[in-house]
Ligand binder design. Structure first.
Ligand SMILES: Nc1ncnc2c1ncn2[C@@H]1O[C@H](COP(=O)(O)OP(=O)(O)OP(=O)(O)O)[C@@H](O)[C@H]1O
Ligand SMILES: [Mg+2]
Length: 295
């Protein structure tokens, strides 16, 4: 495993040769969206945030990495003919498993391939890495929507990303679970920087209060900063859009939640994350970190 992993590491950090022309690999940013507690709004956030970034001229790929459910498909009323499984079993290329959702948003459904991803042979892992690298170089952002909680799989996605956006609501259980997630991930070598998003708030003040609860404890006990990136209002239009299987920012562009997500995306582009301690970012860094935690 070690030799193979080393080979892959050097492969992902070598410049791509294409028909004799050396291309620069564009460093797309890899974001993982996570939460401690389930059902706090990760998938809705991922989808609408990706659409908002896309509307601002960014190239975004969404990857539905929830092992249990095809969240992204359900939220758009789409169903993927192909998923990660078809890629891992060499039935389709990565370009063929990319689906186009609402507003032409490209996304990959993990589907039944998600479980395989964590038990790949070295050869298959190499293949997966090269395929992901192939597509990621065309993107500005690759956003992984994960399932809730501290599963091994989620920790892997969080640990390998350039940045983790952690979603909480103002409910105490959601706050304590968000902190638990930060605590576990914190202190790992090359730790991923976190930023917080408070969903379903009454107003900005509530978002700040909730964020400070988590940030305060993290500062005190973990000596780490978890800045608030933004918030999304509690909005009945979100529920309506979910029932209609349409992203709320497209179904109700004037809804409070839609305005909030637009503001949040603008802020995201304006205020970069505090870099982690690692040097490599983008898909190369992602694969390096992924492998490091396998070996
Ligand atoms: N801003 C909001 N205002 C009102 N309701 C919301 C808001 N955000 C999410 N919801 C409600 O919460 C539900 C769950 O949202 P979502 O599926 O995005 O959560 P999740 O964190 O991805 O869940 P899971 O952990 O199961 O993957 C939505 O179907 C909707 O009813
Ligand atoms: Mg979800």
């Amino acid at each position: 495993m070690k030799d193979q992993a080393a080979a892959l590491r050097s492969m992902v950090s070598a410049p791509l040769e294409l028909e004799g022309i050396e291309r620069d690999i564009r460093s797309s940013k890899i974001i993982t969206v996570a939460s401690g507690k389930g059902g706090v709004g990760k998938s809705n956030f991922t989808l609408n945030f990706a659409l908002a970034l896309q509307a601002l001229g960014q190239k975004v790929l969404v990857f539905d990495a929830d092992i249990g459910m095809a969240n992204i498909d359900v939220l758009m009323g789409t169903s993927s003919s192909y998923n990660l499984y078809h890629l891992l079993y060499r039935q389709k290329s990565i370009r063929e498993i990319i689906q186009l959702g609402a507003s032409g948003l490209p996304y990959i459904a993990g589907g039944s391939g998600m479980r395989e991803l964590f038990s790949l042979s070295d050869r298959d892992l190499e293949f997966f890495a090269s395929q992901v690298e192939d597509i990621a170089q065309e993107m500005d952002y690759v956003i992984f929507d994960t399932g809730a909680g501290l599963s091994r799989e989620n920790m892997k996605f969080i640990g390998a990303a350039d940045e983790c956006l952690i979603i909480t609501t103002p409910e105490p259980t959601s706050i304590t679970d968000a902190y638990a997630l930060v605590k576990v991930m914190h202190g790992q070598e090359n730790a991923t920087p976190f930023r917080m998003i408070v969903n379903r708030v009454e107003d900005e003040r509530e978002a700040e209060r909730v964020a400070e609860k988590i940030a305060g404890v993290a500062r005190r006990f973990l000596q780490t900063d978890i800045p608030l990136l933004g918030y999304i209002s509690e909005d009945a239009q979100v529920v309506k859009a979910v029932k209609r299987q349409m992203p709320y920012s497209l179904a109700y562009p004037n809804a409070k939640a839609s305005k909030d997500i637009e503001k949040l995306a603008l802020r995201y582009l304006a205020v970069p994350a505090t870099p982690g301690s690692g040097t490599l970012t983008g898909i190369r860094g992602f694969m390096n970190k992924w492998l490091k935690r396998t070996t």
